[in-house]
Design a protein around this ligand. Sequence first.
Ligand code: NDP
Ligand code: PYC
Length: 343
Amino acid sequence: MSTSVLSTDALSARVDTIFHKAGLNALQASAITRVIVAAERDACKSHGIYRIEGALRTIKAGKVTPDAVPELLPQQAPAIVKVDAKGGFANPAFEVGLPALIERAHACGVAALAINDAVHFSALWVEVEALAQAGLAGLAMCPSYATVAPTGGNRPLLGTNPFAFGWPREGQPPYVFDFATSVAARGEIELHRRAGKPLPEGWAIDSDGKPTTDPEVALAGAMLSFGGHKGSAIGTMIELLAGIMIGDLTSPEALDLIGTTTLYPSHGELIIAFSPQAFAAGRAGNPLARAETLFEAILGQGARLPSQRRFLAREKSERDGIVLTHQEMEQLDRLLEQGLDAV
Ligand code: NDP
Ligand code: PYC
């Protein structure tokens, strides 16, 4: 298979140009470029450059506001920061809310950022990593659109509802996990379809509720929650906290609004930041040092930490460049040349 190698800057320039040409303002284009390129750099293919096409389709369909400028809303409660994404992508809204979230979390010990009216398609680890860089532990979560059957059910209702956690570490990358609450992200099913590969068993059911390993059939049927009833309950919690509680759409409502899973859904997101130092104040031991003992014990058994693969991939990409296949390069060239006409 022939491949090309691009630096992070070179890939960013291409992706940013694609989005500028598609009509996004600089704020929207640069924020979604950062998250897509970061995913590609970290070998998170399900949320890397493959996501460009979906973003272009969503722009072309008029389902995202291309010139949105997210607004940090006036503070109504000391530990709640709210950003109105104004119909733009969630990523610039997060960047607008981040400084206030960090400041409030250090001041109050815990604070939350609610993002409303955002179009969402990205990985969440970027956000909890940004909090960890500021010395904060963080949780991030959002609904998606209805594609996952609740355990015991047989039709799409919950979203693939991602859930991410970050914990700061001194002198090394943070402890971060980030996963869909479905067995796999929907992007993984699409990547299997494109590669003509069957799905592993247990990922999905067909429209009659029977198990399937055919990606096409799975996309028309329903995905399954990870860990059965446990993932189903966590997915439901995310609908409650990051949908209903923040006054935004649930996954079934988001699908009803957009009417298709080929465009990106509009909904909210909830990010919670905790100051380990504030919570541990007055108790014995430094929380960050105690966490290291736990991580060492995990590693000591031969297990790996979540994100370890990703940080290694990042190191390699930063050292050697990002490797793209011939097909991926062709696709980038096509999107650069044809813009919205390509989708
Ligand atoms: P994965 O199953 O690929 O990975 C989940 C997490 O588990 C990662 O942090 C991963 O670290 C870690 N992990 C994997 N294997 C091991 C192991 N053996 N030991 C320890 N840790 C391990 O994630 P998903 O496919 O479920 O999700 C991928 C992305 O999709 C996420 O970033 C998520 O935010 C995004 N997503 C976004 C949605 C949206 O609506 N915006 C919806 C659904 C998903 P590592 O990366 O190092 O392998
Ligand atoms: O991969 O499940 C997914 C997904 C849905 C929306 C964005 N990513």
